[in-house]
Write a protein that binds this ligand. Structure first.
Ligand code: ADP
Ligand code: MG
Length: 356
């Protein structure tokens, strides 16, 4: 069902992304990027494609759970990989075989255990090599911007090694905070292992008005519900598929337009606040400034308007370089976008959340 509020796993439940599905399925480069704001359908797209790539072994690491943390350790990352591999089950004995004689791997029955201790450390490259031996495989690093918080180990050399040498292994890197994904990959840094590599990139944009209306029409048709306020829904909540899905699902349950709009806005604002608070955790000293900036930007604002609002709040002068830094952070983490010479919320509900 199109309005199912969980990530989709089947293309019949996924509206209007045929081209993106086909492109991702082609896995055109050793590392493929899937980018888009939160709730545009990245995880759904990846799950659908993995389901269709039946002859591939897939390991899916969901890094979203680190959103609330300030750091990720190598141990956390290895445990995620280990748990995913153990979930694959008997079907993947070949992979277990390939891992058998590798440093830092213990096999207990059908379970693998990776060691992160300094003496016996399992390396991510060995996993990639084992996958290469096993056959066609995909590793998914979902919400990979979280990996900038990784301490103790640098994954980039292994990723570059896979990019240059492995034929069977593909890596899908997805992220909601596009600037941060590029920061993690350091593709533009000439001293970085991935410098200059070309990635096939799939960007999921929010639905435009026409597509959003079609999506709602089709979703309600599927449920045999008559509904005629599609356009108003788009004007109120915008084109992020996740919010539209939530609206559709709520209307299906309540059959009440006002209540469904209210609930969707309430739900969206709660999530956006929570995500913003996570963004602020390592920046708590400037917390009030970030809130002030977002409040000003909620209606779109120029550099000088933002500067003025920040200075007015505290009654002191704030240097251009500080303001520049706040805006860069907000841009990289996809809270805002720059349109001509104005800064605007990256989607309408982010604007609504910060409007007073
Ligand atoms: P992301 O991983 O980008 O945050 P998800 O795949 O989790 O996004 O999708 C968010 C929500 O929106 C889910 O409920 C999903 O089912 C729904 N959704 C996203 N895109 C579509 C689409 N094209 N068709 C139907 N539902 C969608
Ligand atoms: Mg996701």
């Amino acid at each position: 069902m199109l309005f199912d509020p969980t990530p989709k796993v089947d293309r019949k439940d996924f509206f209007d992304r045929e081209k993106e599905i086909e492109k991702l399925k082609r896995l055109e480069t050793p590392i493929v990027l899937v980018l888009g704001l939160r709730r545009t359908g990245k995880s759904s797209l990846i799950k659908i494609v993995l389901n269709e790539l039946k002859d591939y072994l897939s390991i899916y690491v969901d890094l979203r759970k680190y959103e609330e943390k300030n750091t990720i350790t190598y141990r956390d990352f290895l445990l995620d990989l280990q748990n995913e591999i153990n979930r694959l089950g008997k079907k993947y004995n070949k992979l277990i075989d390939a891992l058998k004689n590798i440093k830092g791997v213990k096999i207990l029955g059908n379970e693998v255990k990776f060691s992160w201790s300094k003496e016996e450390r399992f390396s991510f490259s060995s996993l990639l090599d084992s996958l290469e031996q096993t056959g066609k495989s995909v590793i998914v690093l979902d919400e990979a911007q979280e990996l900038v918080k990784m301490r103790g180990v640098n994954l980039l050399p292994s990723l570059a090694y896979a990019f240059d040498n492995l034929k069977n292994v593909k890596i899908i890197i997805s992220g909601s905070e596009m600037g941060m994904v590029y920061d993690f990959l350091k593709v533009e840094d000439s001293s970085s292992p991935l410098y200059g590599r070309a990635f096939s990139t799939i960007e999921l944009k929010p639905f435009d008005k026409e597509t959003a209306i079609k999506f709602l029409k089709k979703g309600f048709e599927e449920l045999n519900i008559s509904f005629n306020k599609e356009e108003e829904v788009y004007e109120t909540i915008g084109g992020i598929p996740g919010w539209l899905t939530y609206f559709g699902f709520t209307y299906y349950q309540t059959r009440n337009y006002e209540e469904s709009v209210r609930k969707t806005l309430e739900y969206a604002k709660k999530l956006i606040y929570r995500e913003f608070e996570n963004f602020l955790k390592p920046r708590y000293i400037a917390k009030e400034r970030y809130y002030t900036a977002m409040r000003t930007i909620s209606n779109c604002a120029s550099w000088s308007e933002i500067k003025r609002s920040l200075e007015a709040k505290e009654g002191i002068e704030i240097s251009d370089s500080e303001i520049y830094n706040y805006l860069i952070q907000l841009l990289k983490h996809s809270w805002i976008v720059k349109e001509d010479d104005k800064y605007c919320p990256s989607e309408p509900l982010i604007g609504k959340t910060f409007k007073t």
